[in-house]
Unconditional design. Sequence first.
Length: 210
Amino acid sequence: MKPAQTDWDSYYARPYRTASLTRRHTASILVELLRKNGGAQASILEFGGANSCFIDQILAEVAPARYDVIDSNRLGLDLLRSRYASDGRVSVGLGDVLSASKPDRLYDIVFSVGLIEHFDPAGTARAVAAHFDYLRPGGTAIITFPTPTWLYRAVRGLAEATNNWIFHDERPLRLPEFERAVAGLGEIRSARILWPLILTQYCVEVRKLR
């Protein structure tokens, strides 16, 4: 049976209760990797970044030249657009990572947090490939996704048993599946499990080959 889809309108209107506890750690890792890969000179695209919970810290601590967001959720995009209506560095666009159109520009860095795990294996592979479609040669993709460690399984099992789980279509991935998806597209430069998130995620840095 196909799992129910995550209700992203409800999520953006009222974020998951643990989000504020974990986003600071994820943001610190992102800032580290963004600085490493271009920092203030970089153009950045966040896929799936509607009402991004990372943009504030990235703009403040990395200060990229450009920060664009593409997402398919109108509510989240409207919320983000209202937050940065007067910031010329920020651009918001409606789009689906699985059917993204040919990009108008290529970016130094393309990243996503908690996006590629919401599809079946074929969809995940397409979503990963889309990151590289928008990258310049030699650019960097930074992609996070949940991975089924013992801790993830225990915490998710408890959340599901108590009817507190909302990411119904989330499919935790093991690293080999991701490695297959990037084969021929990029070279993995680093991969780490973010254990402090409790619902453990891999954070993988990939350099585009060509």
